[in-house]
Design a protein around this ligand. Structure first.
Ligand SMILES: [Ca+2]
Ligand SMILES: [Ca+2]
Ligand SMILES: [Ca+2]
Length: 472
């Protein structure tokens, strides 16, 4: 302190031209250091029910966290959801309608491209889009990425976290890091230190193995109840899944600690998000790409450095909002029309009259290609095969009784149908149905269970070998 004061006195006695030079440099330096960093951490197939196992994340490390309880994946399957994160557009606008169409994304006009053009150092570690690099060659790197590590990297959370730490420590601000973990996707692989850990296991929800499905659309009505073998296989995998998330939890803490040590915590937006949810036997269904809460609702926690407190946010948002959010925080303009809107007003508490109508869409199978509206208290769905669903989520949060044919709900049904058609711009689910290839994907969705039950183990399979077939 004394030294600094002395220096100031010396400076004050310097020649006037020298002093002018010092003052002249100062605003430029400040402008550079205030351009913020963004770190987004993406998990794979994480149901929100799993979150209590992540004790470090839920302790809100270093404060300023906003936990979104009603965040959704517009399209609750990996590749479409990730294309949405990278563009701020719905799946039916990106063209990435299923896991086999990642090559349809216009990768010349994405969030990393916009940030890179604005002077950001951009890095991706982990999963990009399914079946990448398609026919573009093993060395292909999509535009916009300065650092792109999808191959030859550790598969587990600790190894990828170490790469993230290296990226943060060696990058000059501003930077954008997209860190995508494999966890807790099946078959879950916990770190060896957590292989036998005692973990929180979510209780079966009331819609688990739903008894009466006569109210449901055809694709659910055609499903048998889960038997004892199927249920025990499922539970064993769920335990491994929870253990695998302990590694991710450590990774989040490590990244926060790294940013703190580097002095950048107050200048970095940290987003923790799941790509899509997962139905662990709800409505007799195991998998994703469904319209029910288990598939659509995703973990979303954002550390917004300016927030004076940690708090929960219950207004409805979706993954289509993230690109706009990051763009606004970084002070850039998205290069694409945005289907979402920036969450900054929710993060800084200035939002008034937030529009909570969001679009859900699935194009994963002939009998469950759908458009749906999730609105406060309600969900209304139209399928390509003309099945429809309406849930009064205040009275029936577990979606046990479809009310679409109940005359008492007719007015609400008609109103939601009109609001849904505003969201789709008049598109109907049959317009976008990619029926043939999707039919195959849905049949493969549960083969991992059948395989475990018949062979006793799938441990010899390498992660990369089965991803394209699984509907990852
Ligand atoms: Ca996924
Ligand atoms: Ca760059
Ligand atoms: Ca029912």
């Amino acid at each position: 302190m004394t030294t600094f004061k002395t220096l100031k006195i010396i400076l004050a006695t310097l020649a006037l031209t020298a002093l002018n030079l010092m003052v002249g440099v100062l605003p430029i330096t400040l402008a550079q250091t205030t351009q913020p960093n963004v770190v987004i951490i993406v998990t794979d197939d994480q149901n929100v029910d799993s979150l209590p196992v992540m004790r470090k994340l839920l302790s809100y490390p270093e404060g300023s966290w906003i936990k979104f309880n009603k965040a959704y994946a517009n399209d609750s399957i990996c590749c479409p959801a990730r294309a949405t994160l990278l563009t701020g557009q719905y799946a039916h606008h990106t063209g990435v309608l299923d896991n086999r169409s990642g090559n349809l994304l216009d990768d010349t006009n994405t969030l990393p491209v916009w940030l890179n053009n604005a002077g950001y150092q951009t890095g991706l570690i982990g999963r990009y889009l399914n079946e990448f690099p398609w026919d573009r060659g093993r060395d292909y790197i999509p535009p916009g990425w300065d650092y792109f590590k999808v191959r030859g990297i550790p598969t587990k959370a600790d190894g990828r976290a170490n790469l993230a730490v290296d990226f943060i420590n060696t990058s000059t601000a501003p930077y954008f890091l997209y860190l995508a973990f494999n966890e807790p996707h099946h078959p879950a692989r916990p770190l060896s230190m957590y292989a036998d850990a005692t973990v929180y296991l979510p209780p079966d929800p009331p819609n688990f193995n739903e008894t009466d499905v006569t109210d449901k659309p055809r694709w659910i009505r055609g499903r048998s109840r889960l038997g004892a073998t199927r249920m025990s296989t499922l539970r064993a995998e769920r335990v491994r899944s929870q253990r695998a998330l302990l590694g991710v939890d450590d990774a989040v803490q490590l990244i926060v600690d790294t940013l703190k040590a580097k002095g950048e915590l107050d200048n970095t937006l940290i987003i923790f998000i799941g790509d899509n949810g997962y139905s662990w036997g709800s409505h007799r269904y195991i998998g994703k790409a469904c319209v029910y809460e288990e598939c659509g609702n995703i973990p979303l926690l954002i550390r917004y450095p300016d927030s004076p407190i940690n708090r929960e946010e219950n207004r409805i948002v979706s993954n289509v909002d993230l690109a706009s959010t990051i763009a606004e925080y970084a002070g850039i303009t998205p290069g694409l029309p945005q289907d979402g809107e920036s969450l900054i007003p929710l993060l800084n508490g200035t939002a008034i009259n937030w529009n909570e109508d969001i679009l859900l869409e699935v194009h994963a199978a002939r009998n469950r290609t759908l458009f749906s509206i999730r609105a406060p208290g309600w969900k209304y769905t139209e399928y390509a095969n003309d099945d429809k669903e309406l849930y009064d989520l205040t009275a029936d949060p577990y979606e046990l009784q479809n009310q679409v044919n109940n005359p008492a709900y007719a007015a609400m049904r008609d109103e939601l149908a009109a609001r849904l058609h505003v969201l789709t711009g008049g598109l109907t689910p049959s317009t976008t149905a990619q029926e043939l290839q999707a039919e195959e994907a849905s049949d493969e969705m549960e083969w991992w269970l059948e395989d475990e039950e018949s062979a006793g183990t799938v441990e010899t399979l390498e992660h990369g070998l089965y991803l394209p077939q699984l509907g990852h």
